[in-house]
Design a protein around this ligand. Structure first.
Ligand SMILES: [Fe+2]
Ligand SMILES: [Fe+2]
Length: 217
């Protein structure tokens, strides 16, 4: 298959498991595309989305473990790109549950294809020198844990800060403060927290419509 050969040369990062994942993701997007040409049913779209959701999640987790093992310095930024795609897929599934007709299959197909190609080619291939090359595992994020500080000082971030007041059980006060601290520091764990929170509570339809906007009618 021509597509596979082309893929193999350009997108290989040299770690068998990760390369196999990438090939499977490409194949799924291709399958999605073929279904689309032959008129994709709602059921097929649903199946494809749930496959992508699970597979993308598992693949990102494997890649993130690899990055941590190798002490990859841009781990946090790379992980935040993964989180963004996961949120979009989550949002598309959320919209899909509510109003199937809103999801533009052609745009979704284009979006997934572009995202994967762009991400694997530009972002994942940056890992090459770290997985098989000259860079060692110095600078490992895992070795330099942050020290939690109670939240009373000003933190300067690029992003606008908002103040929120919430009432929580007294026994959970420290947990909430720790979560807020990690989120302000933008640690990789903060991104895990965001994902756990999303899985725990779901997404409002308004949030989902905004996040998935690019692939809706
Ligand atoms: Fe990847
Ligand atoms: Fe990646």
């Amino acid at each position: 298959m021509m597509f596979e050969n082309e893929w193999f040369e350009k997108y290989k990062i040299g770690v068998a498991l990760i390369d196999a994942d990438h090939l499977n993701l490409f194949k799924e997007v291709e399958r999605f595309n073929q279904h689309l040409q032959s008129g994709m049913s709602t059921e097929e779209l649903g199946k494809s989305l749930s496959f992508l959701d699970k597979y993308v999640g598992a693949h990102f987790a494997r890649e993130e473990i690899l990055m941590r093992e190798k002490g990859y310095p841009d781990y946090t930024q790379h992980k935040s790109l993964h989180l963004h795609l996961k949120k979009v897929v989550f949002a598309v599934r959320r919209v899909f549950e509510t109003d199937i007709e809103k999801v533009d299959k052609v745009k979704l197909n284009q979006f997934l294809h572009d995202w994967l190609v762009e991400h694997i080619l530009r972002v994942d291939t940056e890992l090459v020198p770290y997985v098989n090359g000259p860079y060692g595992s110095k600078n490992s994020y895992a070795n330099e844990r942050l020290q939690f500080e109670p939240l009373n000082e000003e933190v300067t971030l690029d992003e606008e800060m908002v103040e929120i007041t919430v009432k929580v059980p007294k026994s959970k006060q420290k947990v909430i403060e720790r979560c807020a601290f990690a989120l302000m520091q933008n640690t990789p764990e903060a991104q895990d927290l965001e994902e756990i929170a999303l899985a725990a509570t779901g997404m409002t339809i308004e949030e989902a419509l905004e996040l998935a906007g690019a692939v809706l009618y």
